[in-house]
Design a protein around this ligand. Sequence first.
Ligand code: AQP
Length: 341
Amino acid sequence: KPLVFSGMQPSGDLHLGNYLGALVNWVRMQETHDCIYCVVDMHAITVWQDPAALKKAIREVTAAYIAAGIDPKRSILFNQSQVHEHAELAWVFNCVARMGWMSRMTQFKEKAGKDRENVSLGLFAYPSLMAADILVYRATHVPVGEDQKQHLELTRDIAIKFNNDFGPRIAELGLGDGFFPVTEPVIMGPATRVMSLRDGTKKMSKSDPSDYSRINLTDDADTISQKIRKARTDPEPLPSEEKGLEGRAEADNLVGIFAALSNRSKADVLAEFGGGQFSGFKAALADVAVAKLAPITGEMQRLLADPAEIDRILAEGSARARAIAAPVMASVKDILGFVRS
Ligand code: AQP
């Protein structure tokens, strides 16, 4: 079976973008693939994290995965820092990747802003750690939201350069034609890029200072309804056809969210609500969102009542992950020419 790897940062509450862009696909892929799902705590510390809040967020993200339908018996579920091979391979990839490649990453440019001198070195090297996360398992498929596409292209470039640089050595050791696979991004569904509820040109994000910009998986029904009611829209009624959404980012986003949450197409949603005002549509959207998210939120709360059980699941997942990563890392050391006993 093809191997899947993906992860999310415990840098705040998971939101509807994480859920629709990635998590629903992760759950689905368990049917057809062997899956490894990670809470990428080492990525989270590329920007400042309060230690107590980080620990809480790691458990919350784990609970969100399970509540959304990740089965920790079937899939491997763990937190990144418990498998040191991620950090080891990331260092090797720091020496394979080029400064120029990293400098072109739009996420780095956006997060660093004008203050490039003062952001962490880790934020710059983030895509190298992400490549290591995936390739330390030699995973072939990575389900993500659209914002991660550029990082996955870089993962492919790193794999190709490593395979080329060490081609003769890999052959000499009998490790196959290309040691690392050239990974396929899996970007699917009607909501691969969920936008902020306050600004249809910005993606919904954990780090947006406005809590009204996103729907968190921990929000209760009233909060969800209120956030949707207050979501920014334009004064025109909803169009009856999809092409009428062009140039109307906020309307397009809300229709996309409705479609994704109710397993319908945007055209189908517009056939029902086109011509109407936003108020009626927003009320229906709030109902759909609450119906979908309330069971997840409830299950998360139940799981979080027993943090020791969550830690146990993470420890077990880490041991299973390490069993795959350790031999890959040992081969990488042999390929590089490191002496090991
Ligand atoms: N708005 C989004 N729409 C669709 N997919 C999204 N993802 C994130 N935001 C959206 C997908 O969720 C997965 C985990 O993302 P992450 O937590 O590792 O990092 P991120 O993309 O940086 O998430 P945030 O919420 O935007 O965090 P900050 O604000 O810290 O940058 C990925 O598959 C991502 O594509």
